[in-house]
Design a binder for this molecule. Structure first.
Ligand SMILES: CC(C)(COP(=O)(O)OP(=O)(O)OC[C@H]1O[C@@H](n2cnc3c(N)ncnc32)[C@H](O)[C@@H]1OP(=O)(O)O)[C@@H](O)C(=O)NCCC(=O)NCCS
Length: 194
């Protein structure tokens, strides 16, 4: 049993707008899909972590996802579309307080072949609803390179507000990167739904 009472992996999250789309627990059978997604340089360009371009690296990555689940520090779902894992969505750095989980940082990645089809736009509202209503988070943060326009548009579509710019925040894949900080509060999310 993990700290939030999940016994055998993360619960599945359905996406109401598309019955072929769902978030689900990742298993060993998904290693080739994980490798395909995270071995694309354009996917990891603005993300933390390194290219997962070997089976061994993908295996270690899956182990870190499973370990994060057990400790309750990282929840990462596979995004399945038409029976195939084409991306992942993440609540990372889960912070707890006496009322449960206080806040987390959202992450998402899609295999480039599926960019521009609105899959993440359809999926992320279901993740946010789960995070705020089921897990009870008060705040979700995001940390995005200012050049990552698709991510910024996606987050602002969901209601995230820009809160600041961290200059030269990261040294990643050989370059210095700035980070735009965005946040979405539970009250803001719930009032957008009513
Ligand atoms: C972020 C990501 C999941 C977006 O998925 P996607 O399905 O391709 O997103 P969409 O095509 O629906 O685009 C989202 C928005 O960005 C816009 N957009 C997409 N590419 C763009 C670009 N190069 N420049 C400007 N806007 C762009 C789209 O027009 C859309 O805006 P709209 O809905 O207002 O028209 C995908 O690009 C990805 O996996 N990127 C790599 C991983 C990553 O950077 N993750 C986030 C780390 S913080």
């Amino acid at each position: 049993m993990n700290p939030d009472g999940f016994a055998i992996g993360l619960p599945e999250i359905a996406v109401s707008t598309d019955p072929e789309l769902r978030l689900r627990w990742l298993t060993e059978a998904d290693l080739p899909a994980l490798q395909q997604i995270f071995s694309a340089p354009e996917v990891v360009r603005y993300m933390s972590g390194e290219l997962q371009d070997t089976e061994q690296k993908s295996r270690e990555y899956l182990l870190s996802i499973q370990q994060g689940f057990l400790t309750g520090a990282l929840y990462q779902w596979g995004l399945e579309w038409c029976g195939e894992v084409v991306g992942t969505t993440t609540l990372a750095g889960l912070e707890r307080y006496p009322g449960g989980i206080y806040q987390a940082e959202i992450g998402f990645a899609l295999a480039p072949a599926h960019w521009g089809c609105g899959l993440m736009r359809q999926t992320l509202p279901a993740l946010l609803e789960f995070a705020f209503s089921r897990l009870g988070l008060r705040r979700i943060s995001a940390d995005v390179d200012p050049r990552n326009l698709a991510s910024l548009r996606l987050l602002e579509f969901l209601g995230f507000q820009r809160e600041g710019l961290m200059r030269q925040r990261y040294f990643h894949l050989g370059e210095i990167q700035d980070a735009v900080i965005l946040g979405l509060l539970r009250d803001e999310w719930l009032s957008r739904q009513s």
